[in-house]
Structures are given as structure tokens and as C-alpha cells.
Design a protein around this ligand. Sequence first.
Ligand SMILES: [Zn+2]
Length: 101
Amino acid sequence: MPKDPVLKQLENLEEQLSKTLKEVSSIKLQFEAALSENTKLSVENENLRNRFNEEQGDREPTVNATLRSVYYDKGSHICNSLFGTSREGEECLICQEILYR
Ligand SMILES: [Zn+2]
């Protein structure tokens, strides 16, 4: 005796839903794994950043490096007698002596 067509349809639908449910579960698992990995990487990244910052902190820019970036590289003297005045594009041996001291 042939199956009732509505029953057949319901069985098909049940099968599809079951398949879809399995897919959802699988995607959920993958997503959870990705989230967990992401959290792990975030923590690791944060730790590395902290370590990097600590090490950078140990190596604070020297006074000379600061003088150089703030004054000399922008064209001003850092030597005592001419401090802050323009080098007018010239290198100054006295300034350089201070920079490379
Ligand atoms: Zn100078």
C-alpha cells in the first residue's frame, strides 16, 4: 500500500530538519572553537603587548634622543650657547658632539 503523500512530505521535512539541525550543531561547535581560540589569542596578545611595553619602558628614550627629535632634527641648536636658535640648515659640530656623546 503506497504511503500517504502528506506523510511522505512530513517524513521528507523531518529528514531535512534533522539534517539542518546537525549543520547548526556543527557550525555552533566550530564557532565555539573559534571564539575560544580568539580569547586565547587575545590574552596572549595582551601579555605580549605588556611584556613589550615593559621592555620598552626599560629603554626610555635618552635625553639625547629627545633633544634630537624635538630640536636638532627640526633645525635648532641644542648646544649651550645657541640652544633653541635655528641652525639655518647647517650642521653644528658642538650640537653633534652632544648628540653622539
Ligand atoms: Zn649648535
